[in-house]
Design a protein around this ligand. Structure first.
Ligand SMILES: [Fe+2]
Ligand SMILES: [Fe+2]
Length: 286
């Protein structure tokens, strides 16, 4: 089933002077279902244990993480006008579908012999703690993490070699997720702009920047530890495991290195997710 809603350009004049000019894509809810089969190979990303560990570690955080995003944004749903209200609904529908498919994928990872319970428990504990914070803090955290998913999604669609040798059905699932992350990349941000419209600019920036720093530290550290733990279960330990993951992040393909400039952009005046207009990636992803 496909549902869609138009994305409008936010109107908060002060912060958005430099906002994307003509960004007006459509959020399409593609209710797709992917493989429910076993993984075709334990190292399903081209037989590469390090790439596989990085993707598996990311996916393990998605079902609970996306549920948290949904909760964080939904709190503000009743306060906003159109078109943001419709965008939030579409955002929630997309994230629900992503969670479902990554849950199925994570089950396949477990069936391939990985013990994922410990990593899942860590994610549950971190998010449990996050839920004790005020709603506006959760929204700022969601907005920061949505910037991460949008940055990774952009990279995944721009550089198809990253998943070129992966199991095609799984690569398809990750690209579907990437497309929808780009489409809804501004929803949490626009919700934040609306929720904080009466805040002084400096306070707004401080909370936004602080939460980005905290989320970056936690997200990177936890996903890194997740990858190292999965590699340990592959029998790859010590410097070999660390070197392999760090090389993947900062060398080739450079998943972290290549998002650095967009990460910095988040802190600059006038930032808005649609300042980088990557709608063409959605159209070409097919
Ligand atoms: Fe998602
Ligand atoms: Fe998202």
């Amino acid at each position: 089933m496909l549902r869609s809603t138009k994305i409008g350009v936010p109107t908060d004049a002060a912060d958005l002077a430099a906002t994307a000019k003509a960004a007006d894509p459509t959020i399409i809810v593609r209710d797709r279902r992917f493989s429910r089969q076993q993984l075709s190979a334990r190292w399903w990303v081209g037989g590469d244990p390090f790439a596989t560990a990085v993707f598996n570690s990311l996916s393990l955080s998605f079902p609970r993480g996306e549920a948290y995003f949904i909760e964080s944004v939904r709190v503000f749903r009743d306060d906003v006008d159109e078109p943001l209200a419709s965008e939030i609904r579409a955002f929630i529908a997309q994230e629900v579908n992503h969670s479902r498919e990554h849950l199925a994928f994570n089950r396949a990872v477990a069936d391939a012999g990985y013990d994922t319970k410990g990593l899942d428990a860590v994610i549950a504990a971190v998010l449990g703690e996050a839920r004790n914070r005020p709603p506006i803090v959760s929204l700022a955290a969601t907005m920061a993490l949505e910037h991460f998913t949008a940055m990774f999604a952009h990279l995944l669609l721009v550089d198809r070699s990253i998943l070129a040798n992966a199991d095609p059905a799984l690569a398809d699932m990750w690209r579907w997720h990437a497309i929808e992350e780009i489409e809804h990349k501004a929803v949490a941000y626009d919700t934040w702009l609306h929720a904080t419209k009466d805040w002084p600019r400096l306070r707004r920036w401080k909370v936004k920047a602080l939460l980005m720093l905290v989320c970056t530290r936690n997200f990177m550290m936890l996903r890194y530890q997740g990858a190292i733990e999965l590699l340990r279960q592959d029998g790859i330990t010590g410097w070999r495991a660390h070197w392999g993951v760090l090389r993947y992040a900062f060398g080739k393909p450079g998943m972290v290195r290549r998002i650095a400039s967009e990460w910095i952009a988040y802190f600059l005046p006038g930032f808005h997710p649609w300042n980088r207009d990557d709608r063409a990636l959605i159209e070409n992803a097919g």
